[in-house]
Design a protein around this ligand. Sequence first.
Ligand SMILES: [Ca+2]
Ligand SMILES: [Ca+2]
Ligand SMILES: [Ca+2]
Length: 329
Amino acid sequence: MVSLLIPAVALLALVLLLATARVYALGSASPALAPSETAELALEPGSPAIMVGETIAVSVVVTAVTDLYGVELALTFDPAVVAVVDANSGASGIQITPGSCPPPNFVAINSADNSAGTVNYATTALAPAVPCVGSGVIAVITFQALAEGTTPISFTNWLLSDSNVQTIAATITSGTLTVQPRPGALAGHLSLQGRSDHGGALITAWDGGTPLANTVSGTTGQYSLTLLPAAYTLTVELAGYLDALRPGLLVTAGETLDLPALSLLCGDPNDDDLVNIQDLSMIGARYKRTCADPDWDGLADMIDDCVINILDLTCAGANYHRTSPVPWP
Ligand SMILES: [Ca+2]
Ligand SMILES: [Ca+2]
Ligand SMILES: [Ca+2]
């Protein structure tokens, strides 16, 4: 009974499948006869961001077409923010790159104007070329970023034709292109008095009272902060050490400002930016403790070796009465 049932079910499934395929075939045949669908024109990427001096290729893409044979386009952009890069040095003027949808067999217009901020393009396929079906790239525009800002990239004219010389309706989605300033950097080396590992100091870049970026020194004391062009104050801190501060650092686009070497001084375990008797007392009260002791707190272990000894005490002795910020040549 079971062995008879399975072929019956399989047969039913096959009949259903054929019926569905039949309906689908009829359905897919009808749009070519009735060009009522709406194509979509857009840019890819739609709203990119690049830095001054960089270039980006923006594709004009069409989707949901069943028979695209000719296309005419006009776009605008802000010529103060971006410029179109010439795609064909062999032709006079500035060209964009033809795409493949429709096949650009005859390009009637291909012209960008970097003074007016316009792109004009018109092309048709030539019989017997087959029309573009589905989706594809009409053309590619390469923009170069000139200055910080945001520019719309707007379709101001568009006309799509099918191979029967009927207009194809289209919805459009214009885009924007944002140009950011190129960052610069602050970089330098620091040493932590008494230590062989100079890592772990916190370096913070401030704009007024606002911390904008920070990093931590590496084991050799090196640090680098990537920052947008502006004036910054840099602070350098580490628990138990006097802090450093350097105002008026001007970061310029694409440049690394190398700072003079800095030496952070130890001897401030209570972190009040002053080395005095309180620090010495704090170290003295913990003298000879190790990090194996249950009451270990590590505050006085500025020379970071798991024991409070004469090296930690000398930190405060040698820097007695010094204050933050420490000198930064
Ligand atoms: Ca050219
Ligand atoms: Ca102190
Ligand atoms: Ca120590």
